[in-house]
Write a protein that binds this ligand. Structure first.
Ligand code: G3I
Length: 532
């Protein structure tokens, strides 16, 4: 038997009375399933309490900094970085062979006032600098493997939260944040995170649509975090597993990032039992979904929890009580992790055969192949262009579009089965697109908001056929000046502005936006949006 600290030994004794499941620490059982079980850690108790340190080290194989990596902690004033707390968490995790999830880069809360008052252009620069510096610091550190890039961008009805980020920069801050993070650490897994998105509802559907559209645009969103701040009085989100599965089908990893289950105080045995059921349900849902990487609990002891500060009549949300004794919820998490591994298939499908291309135009080609076979069933195919996955298909065909005229491409396909196993790659098919015929396009501009001294034009939508790049020109009224832009490169010559596509939005349906200032009292807006 492994050496166990006193608190974990106590849990071992209690679990011994439970059904016959081996009583290893949580992290051992999670690792056996290829999952993580994590905890959010706070720097104070990590420095001051031996029991806290021992349980954090022995029970969890993943760590999130509860507060130490947030903007107010890492960059309290412009360009003045402080990594004391963040480094403390990372050092602890490294020492204990745990992975760290960075939390959080762009959020409306716990962000200093100096950021909130910036102009659009300066705010975008501050965001880029912050992400480059914070992510960059740990980019070559093997302990830090993932980040919450943007946090809590939605309202409950699925509209965008009117945060200072959104109000100043528009929706584009989200895609930009992910691109900046990818640039700072190409290997980190990049997540979008929110609360009340555990079940299928308006908010989680908005998240689903956003993630789907970002990925279609090539924005590097790798993962979706369901915070999981649950309360027994509101019931369990019973569509959690189904919700995880629909996100997984988009090709992203999913995870529960901040699990706790608060009860009405004072707690009693009924509360404990209901809470234990909620914890068990969450672990079981993650166990059942291949794409679910693991579950992080938002702390572990009721001694240190954000809940009573925010909900004064509620509390006791975690799996250890305030004296570091295990609760029924600990046993529920333990037994769900230790239970039998169902659907544990490791046999991959056969590789798709006879891959062929037909009907190749200047911008697209039709791929077809013969079906793969598998012992538990093929669920779909992944299409790779020059070695990078560009799409999925549930049939034995796929139209690869958005190609550049007169260009050579290599395509391959692989199959996935119901357990998430992938086949080897099919043999490749080489395709050269037809020469381009030139496209025509139109540009339509929407005034999102305006005030006496400025306005935001968002979106300008470019549509056309056969587009592989575009140039939009328009006329800026006298005295107006561009103060910021996104998703296009703008150059100004006299009153004429020329906007050119970015590499990632060269096709029809591309949108871009900009903000401009104008003299007080002048109500004019740009005119003559022309696309070529
Ligand atoms: O560090 C100061 C301390 O110097 C001061 O004396 C004390 C006085 O109130 O405040 C301390 O800061 C507090 C900080 O936690 C560290 O304890 C802040 O007031 C307090 O607001 C902050 O609360 C954190 C909260 O996020 C802020 O929004 C919680 O600990 C943290 O658990 C919570 O975590 C969030 C996730 O990041 C995102 N999802 C929701 C989740 C729960 O709200």
């Amino acid at each position: 038997m492994r050496w166990l600290p006193a608190a974990a030994m106590l849990s071992t004794l209690l679990i011994a009375a439970a059904p016959a499941q081996a009583s290893e620490p949580l992290r051992e059982h999670a690792a056996d399933r290829g999952k993580f079980i994590g905890a959010a850690l706070a720097t104070g108790p990590l420095s001051n309490e031996t029991a806290y340190r021992n349980i954090a080290a022995s029970e969890f194989n993943q760590v999130t900094a509860e507060n130490a990596m947030k903007w107010d902690a890492t960059e309290p004033s412009d360009g003045q970085y402080n990594f004391g707390g963040a480094d403390q968490i990372v050092a602890f995790a490294t020492q204990n062979n745990q992975q760290v999830h960075g939390h959080t880069l762009v959020w409306h809360s716990q962000t200093p006032n100096w950021v909130q008052g910036l102009s659009a252009a300066n705010m975008r620069t501050a965001m880029q600098d912050h992400i480059a510096t914070v992510v960059g610091r740990y980019a070559s550190n093997a302990t830090v493997v993932s980040w919450d890039v943007v946090n809590e961008v939605f309202n409950e009805d699925g509209t965008f939260r009117q945060s200072f980020w959104y109000n100043t920069l528009g929706q584009s801050f989200i895609a930009d944040a992910f691109r900046y993070a990818r640039a700072a650490d190409p290997n980190a897994r990049l997540c979008i995170n929110d609360y009340n998105v555990e079940g299928i509802n308006a908010k989680s559907t908005a998240m689903y649509n956003l993630v789907s559209s970002l990925r279609q645009q090539g924005v590097p969103v790798d993962c979706v975090g369901f915070q999981g701040h649950l309360a027994t009085q509101y019931g369990f989100p019973s569509s959690l597993q189904q919700n995880m599965e629909r996100f997984a089908a988009l090709g992203v990893q999913v995870r529960v990032t901040e699990l706790d289950v608060r009860v009405q105080m004072p707690r009693d045995a009924n509360d404990d039992a209901t809470q234990a059921t909620y914890y068990r349900n969450v672990i079981n849902a993650c166990n059942a979904v291949q794409a679910c990487a693991g579950v992080t609990i938002w702390g572990f002891t009721d001694k240190h929890s954000w809940v009573p500060d925010t909900f004064p009549s509620e509390g006791a949300a975690l799996i250890y009580d305030a004296n570091y004794a295990v609760k029924p919820s600990y046993t529920a998490v333990h037994d769900a992790l230790a239970g039998p591994v169902t659907g544990d298939d490791t046999t991959p499908p056969t590789a798709p055969a006879n891959l062929a291309a037909s009907g190749t135009t200047s911008t697209s080609t039709n791929l077809s192949w013969s079906a793969s076979t598998d012992n538990v069933g093929v669920t779909g195919y992944e299409i790779l262009r020059n070695g990078t996955q560009v799409g999925t298909s549930t049939t034995t065909g796929f139209t690869a579009s958005g190609l550049t005229p007169s260009t050579a491409y290599q395509f391959q396909v692989r199959a996935r089965d119901a357990a998430g196993n992938r086949s080897t790659l099919s043999s490749a098919v080489n395709v050269t697109t037809q020469p381009g015929t030139g496209g025509s396009c139109t540009a339509t501009a929407v005034t999102q908001t305006q005030w006496s001294t400025g306005y935001v034009i968002q979106p300008v939508t470019v549509t056309g056929s056969g587009l592989n790049g575009w140039t939009v020109t328009f006329t800026l009224p006298a005295g107006h000046a561009i103060t910021g832009s996104w998703n296009a490169t703008l150059t100004v010559s006299g009153q004429t502005v020329t906007a050119k596509n970015m590499p990632y939005n060269a096709g029809s349906g591309a949108t871009f936006g900009f903000q401009a200032s104008r003299p007080a009292g002048n109500t004019a807006l740009p005119t003559g949006f022309t696309c070529s």
